[in-house]
Design a protein around this ligand. Structure first.
Ligand code: PEP
Ligand code: MN
Length: 250
């Protein structure tokens, strides 16, 4: 079982993958490309909490077998979102990192169940959660196995999907002592904003980023506007590594 300190040994932490697993071919192909780019952790969401019931809900349990094959072939670590207590058992042989999405940050019964599992958990902030509420969620899961993920908050500004709250990320990192990663994809809501927000994130001193990547973003079944291509990710990683080394040079 991978421990939190093992994940954090290799910084900046870069987690990448599509918004959602869509098919065996799609996730298999992107996984190989991401591995070639040096990514070690694949975001592989099988279940998707969606705003409306007619939108793509994820491939569900059938994707577990696909992920097992990818893991055996590539050695990538698998991070996957848990939306229901039953999912925890379903992914027990394949997921290295469990994930709590923004909409479930205050699903306390779910948090309690995830808290019983020993695996590392990525915990996103709720859309309008304050620091105290985000911390409370981490306490349900267990402070020592959580990686906090800032994913943007609702603000008065309607030109963007969300507003990246670097302040909160830094409070969690420096005042509260958590490892922190930032999700520039959901903060931005549009692909052109993802690299600059990722650069700002790394420049702020957090431990890493999680980015949505799709080989054919316009065809994506969810979050088509914000997914970047592997080609964009490649140059983004090069710059991220440069920024990280400048920020942490002494
Ligand atoms: C996700 O990362 O897959 C996602 C749905 O984002 P969030 O929970 O931050 O909205
Ligand atoms: Mn998404």
């Amino acid at each position: 079982m991978i421990k939190r300190e093992d994940i954090l040994k290799d910084k900046p932490v870069i987690i990448a993958g599509p918004c959602a697993v869509e098919s065996q071919e799609q996730i298999g192909s992107i996984a190989l490309k991401l591995k070639d780019l040096g990514v070690k952790i694949l975001r592989a969401q099988l279940w998707k909490p969606r705003t409306t019931p007619n939108s793509f809900q994820g491939v569900g349990y059938q994707g577990v077998e696909w992920l097992k094959k990818i893991k055996a072939k590539t050695g990538l670590l698998i991070a996957t979102e848990i939306v229901d207590g039953e999912n925890i058992e379903m992914v027990k042989d394949v997921a290295d990192i469990l994930w709590v999405g923004a909409r479930n940050m205050q699903n306390f019964e779910l948090l309690k169940k995830i808290g019983k599992d020993p695996r590392v958990v990525i915990l996103k902030n709720g859309l309008v959660a304050n620091i105290k509420e985000w911390l409370g969620a981490a306490e349900y899961i267990g402070f020592d196995k959580v990686i906090m993920c800032e994913r943007g908050v609702r603000s008065g500004c309607d030109s963007m999907r969300f507003t990246l709250d670097i302040n909160s990320a830094l409070i969690m990192k420096h005042d509260k002592g958590f490892p922190v990663i930032i999700d520039p994809s959901h903060s931005a809501g549009r692909s052109d904003m993802v690299p600059p927000l990722a650069f700002a994130s790394i420049a702020s001193g957090v431990d890493g980023v999680v980015v949505e990547v799709h080989e054919n973003p316009t065809e994506a079944l969810s979050d088509a506007d914000q997914q970047i291509t592997p080609e964009v990710l490649k140059t983004m990683i090069e710059k991220i590594n440069q920024i990280y080394s400048v920020v942490h040079q002494d």
